[in-house]
Ligand binder design. Structure first.
Ligand code: ZN
Length: 203
């Protein structure tokens, strides 16, 4: 059933090795990514592809609607490894327009574990109900909520003991919020960057 996957893999590995015979040996010896990406599980938003990065260049965590739960052991352990062991320079929270998880948070039909998972976005929608109501189009309201979810994720990551400790010891790592447009393939900077060298970046 998975033969197609194996065939594609064999063709891919052969093409890479033909173009760069040392490629896999080099990657096997060292993982040294500059970026840690926290994104949505949506199949249309693969981190490496949309950011134009090769294997080895971005460490990745993805979940439904790129929610940053302060108690998510999976995310926190991955963040800790990225910051303390890999010493990434940039943590990126990336949401996207047209996110099904964001839509599910407001449509009221999602219950069970999935409903629990996206509860923080539902609370965010309540907190910003006044501003969101100013947008006449539902698509615009959902896209704005996706942006708010990214900003909230950046703030939560910056508040973790992992980032606080990194900054206290003078580690140069910044947290960024990006949003991806599925309709045009473009990444947008939400301009909510937090970090020790933000001023340096701006100058
Ligand atoms: Zn999504």
């Amino acid at each position: 059933m998975l033969q197609d996957i194996f065939d594609r893999n064999r063709a891919w590995a052969a093409a890479i090795a033909a173009a760069d015979p040392d490629y896999f040996a080099r990657l096997a010896a060292l993982q040294n990514p500059e970026f840690f990406w926290i994104g949505c599980s949506d199949s249309r938003v693969p981190a490496n592809v949309v950011a134009g990065l090769q294997p080895g260049e971005v460490f990745v965590h993805r979940n439904v609607a790129n929610v940053v739960h302060s108690s998510d052991m999976n995310l926190l352990a991955t963040l800790e490894f990225a910051v303390e062991v890999l010493k990434v320079r940039h943590v990126i929270v990336c949401g996207h327009y047209g996110c099904g998880g964001v839509r599910a948070s407001v449509d009221g039909h999602t219950t069970g574990l999935a409903g629990h998972w996206i509860e923080p976005i539902r609370r965010l929608a309540h907190r910003h109900a006044h501003d969101l109501a100013r947008l006449a189009d539902e698509k615009d309201r959902l896209n704005r909520l996706a942006e708010l979810n990214v900003a909230e994720g950046v703030a939560r990551i910056a508040e973790t003991p992992i980032l606080r400790a990194a900054w206290e010891r003078g580690q140069r790592v910044t947290v960024h919020g990006l949003i991806y447009g599925i309709a045009d393939g473009r990444l947008r900077d939400m301009r909510c960057t937090v970090g020790a060298d933000v001023q340096e970046l701006a100058s």
